[in-house]
Design a binder for this molecule. Structure first.
Ligand code: CP
Length: 311
């Protein structure tokens, strides 16, 4: 197939063929990571800017690693040590850096639409590494990649996403990506953490506030981080209550399908949304997700930096 997108701003609008192509390309790079010398010269001479306006461990490090594994020059940018502290705005910052000849920009920002805002104004390709509560497309891709290794085809498989959907860009990208690949998606959590119009935005999903009922026949469960900083805003009564209703405990896991795939994008609140024994157990692909993140990000940087490539 011929890849036609200049940027990766979200999974919205990508076809099943395009998602499959991205996952298959990531598969090739996943093998590269197993080599004694896990480098390929694919992006030699390319310069990619890794701009993080919000904290990140997994995404920022795996983009940096992905670029290095492809032999690109990766330039890091942190809001805390930049002229942003002197009041420079986002567009001026990106234009300043682009004038130094940058081929691509990876950006995480708290503002929904920030990646598109930049993409509309610069020549370099842009990858959205998480824009507010909007999308986190490479997270969605790595979730698909790690789950596909366990379930094979997604057709007719059930994914349950549990937790804070209102503040979670991970959930939006997962809904779009898994549904496009043929999975049935159920959203689960307290009503206060699920946007009222979610069913309108995604008419093909199911919403269920009862975790035990929602997850009974699930093939995959994705536990999302409860943002503890929101506990005082009245969105859920207490950590203890949340844990009682929605934590994936070892006891709950026993009631699910024996081969259910357990995912979490990280960072985790161990003992709140997921029990340590489950996070570290045989059903969990949490570390496989992290590893997949490097391969998926290698694939997307390679495809976007390489331009239109015949496959
Ligand atoms: N999953 C995820 O985006 O993690 P980071 O915030 O550490 O990048």
């Amino acid at each position: 197939m011929t890849w036609t997108h200049k940027h990766l701003l979200g999974l919205e609008g990508l076809s099943r063929d395009e998602l499959t192509f991205l996952l298959d390309t990531a598969e090739r790079f996943h093998e590269v990571l197993d080599r004694p010398i896990p480098f390929v010269p694919a992006l030699r001479g390319k310069t990619i800017l890794n701009m993080f306006y919000e904290p990140s461990t997994r995404t920022s490090m795996s983009f940096a690693m992905a670029g290095k594994r492809l032999s690109a020059d990766m330039v890091g940018f942190s809001k805390l040590t930049s002229a942003v502290q002197k009041g420079e705005n986002l567009l001026d910052t990106v234009r300043t850096i682009e004038s130094m000849r940058v081929d691509g920009v990876v950006i995480r920002h708290s503002c929904p639409g920030s990646a598109k805002f930049i993409a509309d104004r610069i020549d370099a390709f842009v990858v959205n590494a998480g824009d507010g509560a909007h999308e986190h497309p490479t997270q969605g891709l790595l979730d698909l990649f790690a789950a596909r290794k366990r379930v094979g085809s997604f057709e007719g498989k059930r994914l349950v996403i549990v937790g804070d959907i209102t503040h979670g860009r991970v959930a939006r990208s997962a809904i779009i990506g898994f549904a496009a690949m043929g999975a049935k998606v159920t959203i689960c959590g307290p009503p206060t953490l699920i946007p009222r119009d979610l069913g309108k935005a995604f008419p093909y999903i199911e919403i269920d506030h009862d975790f035990d009922r929602a997850s009974k026949d699930a093939d995959m469960v994705m536990m999302l981080r409860i943002q503890l900083e929101r506990q005082h805003t009245g969105l859920f009564p207490s950590i203890r209550e949340y844990r009682r209703l929605y934590c994936l405990t070892a006891q709950r896991l026993k009631k699910l399908k024996p081969d259910v795939v357990v995912m979490h994008p990280g960072p985790m609140n161990r003992g709140v949304e997921i029990e340590p024994a489950v996070a570290d157990g045989a059903n969990s692909v949490i570390l496989a997700q992290v590893r997949a993140g490097v391969a998926v990000r290698m694939a997307i940087l390679y495809i976007l930096a390489g331009g239109e490539l015949e496959r």
